[in-house]
Write a protein that binds this ligand. Structure first.
Ligand code: AHR
Length: 344
């Protein structure tokens, strides 16, 4: 009798212990912290909603404050930005500032008011951007600098996508040295005053130019064909046959200057050697015609990389502070072969 009572107590205690043992884990509440701690692998069904929350190209609304339509290069850049948006299904709000900083600033303010996700801007000049960039920052809208840099603190933009203009200037200087081994007197057509490509192509060129080559004059042609022609006419009037070569900060100005040189009665590419920058189709044709000696490439087809950056930025992914473009140098000897492959 005593034995069976003891057995009964043992059975009851064992049953209770088993019940308590099973109930304990279920009783512990799962906190939200426990569900997401970094040292635990999140179950697949918990990771999925975060991925689903990411934006795609079709959700993206982008404002692009284009600086103008001053050159073949710019036309190609605009086409790349617009066509890539269409292909990807990005909603693009585009504005053309006609080379005026105040118009670019107005466009940025209008994009802020419309609440776009990202703003892309090629600053027409380097300075004067802090106020409007701060307004975008306060509105939580990231700025991506495209093609040209702005002189602002690095935290005011998320990334710069574009060329190394100083390096382009250095390459142009090296090419000029090859064309004038015995030295010479050259004139320079500078881009838009105060713009990053004009500043950097000016200084890069001087870094590599041989000391036996003298820059006798340097004036702005504002990156346009018409002004390039006008300023070259003035150079010819002033220096005539003294000029042995021309360095133009872009192909459009060089193409305008070629016309001026021909009208003056000299042979561009022979009497006056010419080095320019961009590598647009018009420059290839001029090289085929023997009127231009070298063009240093500057790539305007930035659309695909721009939207890739924009999407990463809105999804909180890391992006590089500078995404440089890969660029070459082109010469007359294979211009006819290369021209059909050029997209701009
Ligand atoms: O910023 C790029 C420069 O701008 C190109 O070299 C020039 O052609 C354009 O207008």
């Amino acid at each position: 009798m005593k034995v069976s009572k003891v057995l009964l107590v043992v059975v009851i205690l064992a049953t209770l212990a088993a019940l308590v043992g099973c109930a304990a884990p279920a009783a512990a509440p799962a906190t939200s912290n426990q569900a997401t701690t970094s040292d635990q692998a999140a179950p697949a069904d918990q990771a999925a909603p975060a991925e689903q929350g990411k934006k795609t190209y079709k959700d993206l609304v982008v404002g692009y404050a284009q600086l103008g339509a001053e050159s073949e290069w710019r036309t190609a850049n605009t086409a790349s930005i617009k066509e890539t948006a269409d292909e990807l299904g990005v909603t693009l709000k585009f504005s053309d500032a006609q080379q005026k900083q105040e118009n670019q600033i107005k466009a940025i303010r209008s994009f802020i008011a419309q609440g776009v996700d990202v703003i892309g801007v090629p600053p027409v000049v380097e300075t004067g951007w802090e106020t409007v960039f701060k307004e975008a920052q306060d509105a939580g809208i990231p700025i991506i600098l495209v093609d040209r840099r702005a002189d602002v603190p690095e935290d005011m933009y998320v990334s710069y996508l574009g060329s190394d203009f100083v390096e382009e200037g250095r390459k142009a200087g090296n090419e000029m040295n090859k064309l004038l081994p015995d030295g010479g007197k050259i004139v320079e057509l500078v881009g838009t005053v105060g713009s990053a490509p004009a500043n950097d192509r000016f200084s890069g060129f001087r870094e590599t130019l041989n000391p036996n080559i003298e820059i006798i004059d340097s004036q702005s042609g504002d990156f346009t064909r018409a002004k390039g022609k006008e300023v070259m006419e003035a150079f010819l009037k002033k220096y005539g046959n003294e000029i042995t070569a021309l360095y133009a900060h872009n192909d459009d100005m060089a193409l305008g200057a070629i016309q001026a040189i021909e009208e003056y009665g000299l042979k561009p590419g022979e009497d006056i050697k010419i080095v320019s920058i961009d590598a647009v189709r018009g420059a290839f044709q001029a090289m085929i015609d023997g009127k231009l000696n070298v063009t240093v490439e500057c790539n305007p087809l930035l659309g695909p990389q721009f939207y890739d950056l924009a999407l990463k930025v809105v999804n909180g992914e890391e992006v590089p502070k500078w995404l440089p473009s890969a660029e070459s140098v082109y010469y007359p000897d294979n211009a006819a072969e290369v021209l059909p492959t050029r997209q701009y």
